[in-house]
Design a protein around this ligand. Structure first.
Ligand SMILES: Nc1ncnc2c1ncn2[C@@H]1O[C@H](COP(=O)(O)OP(=O)(O)OP(=O)(O)O)[C@@H](O)[C@H]1O
Ligand SMILES: [Mg+2]
Length: 265
């Protein structure tokens, strides 16, 4: 099922060091990271707080400059991809807190179509509206007209995260970096939002980078896992091999700290 061709993203001895500031030393964000994020897969990025997960996600998107090594996107240096108009459309990020990504003063419909305007997708307003409606309904905001005129504060946290997902999906992305996408949500809506994300992969072939500190979620969602600890890659392989037979004490400790024994459903 997975395309065995070249990976979508590849890091080569990637390092990020945050510069020293007055009164504090430089901080190692990442060091010596070599991973591949393949097309159509969900790659999990697991690790404790401060292990470098967000730093890695931001670096893949070009939001953070590497200080060592580099990133390839489709086998080209990331700098080349960043110079194109299409990269921002092809690879997008979903954050823990949907409020961070939404404008409180714009309706849902405005925000989802705005993304299309910015990227000049769709020839007419009618076409853009149709694309926005489809993306909203695929994200579980159905029927779309029920939500179209709502402002973010009129929605639940789960619905807001679906709006963010719809705005991303409308652009026809290749890949989504999801940074703790359900951590801020009530448990009752988490599994629905996770299902929406999982369907992006199965129905649209979108590659997911799923960042989480929750080993149970990683087990349920991911094909392969990269475990980070203090900026270093300490385990990397299929989810079954990493969690079924953890080699590192750190991974065993993460598993032991999981609220329930992770289980695939
Ligand atoms: N902008 C920054 N300036 C300086 N140091 C930073 C910056 N961003 C992150 N760091 C440091 O880099 C390290 C990795 O941080 P990062 O945010 O990538 O961790 P994380 O795994 O995403 O953690 P969490 O699970 O808490 O979100 C931490 O030591 C953090 O303090
Ligand atoms: Mg983080």
């Amino acid at each position: 099922m997975h395309n065995a061709d070249h990976p979508l993203f590849e890091t080569q001895d990637l390092g990020v060091e945050y510069p020293a500031r007055r009164g504090s030393d430089a901080v190692i964000g990442l060091t010596g990271i070599n991973i591949q994020w393949r097309r159509g897969e969900t790659l999990g990025l697991v690790g404790g707080s401060g292990s470098g997960k967000t730093t890695l996600g931001r670096t893949l998107l070009g939001l953070q400059q590497p200080t060592a090594g580099g990133v390839l996107y489709r086998q080209q240096p990331l700098s080349r991809a960043l110079a194109t108009r299409s990269f921002r459309r092809e690879v997008q990020m979903i954050f823990q807190d949907p409020y961070q990504s939404l404008n409180p003063r714009r309706t849902v419909g405005e925000q989802v179509t705005e993304a299309l305007d910015v990227h000049r997708i769709g020839r007419t307003g009618v076409e853009r509206t149709a694309l926005a409606v489809a993306a909203m309904e695929q994200s579980g905001l159905a029927p779309a007209d029920r939500y179209w005129h709502c402002y973010p504060h009129q929605l639940s946290g789960g619905q807001r995260q679906r709006v963010v997902i719809a705005a991303a999906l409308a652009l026809g992305p290749q890949a989504l970096v999801c940074d703790e996408p359900v951590s801020a949500l009530d448990v009752s809506v988490r599994s629905q939002v996770l299902q929406v994300l999982d369907r992006l992969r199965t129905d649209h072939g979108i590659s997911l980078l799923f960042i989480t500190h929750d080993v149970g979620l990683a087990w349920a969602m991911c094909d392969r896992l990269a475990v980070l600890n203090q900026g270093k890659l300490i385990e990397y392989g299929t989810t079954e091999s990493v969690l079924g037979n953890p080699q590192e004490p750190y991974t065993r400790a993460l598993l032991a700290a999981a609220p329930q024994p992770p289980r695939r459903n």
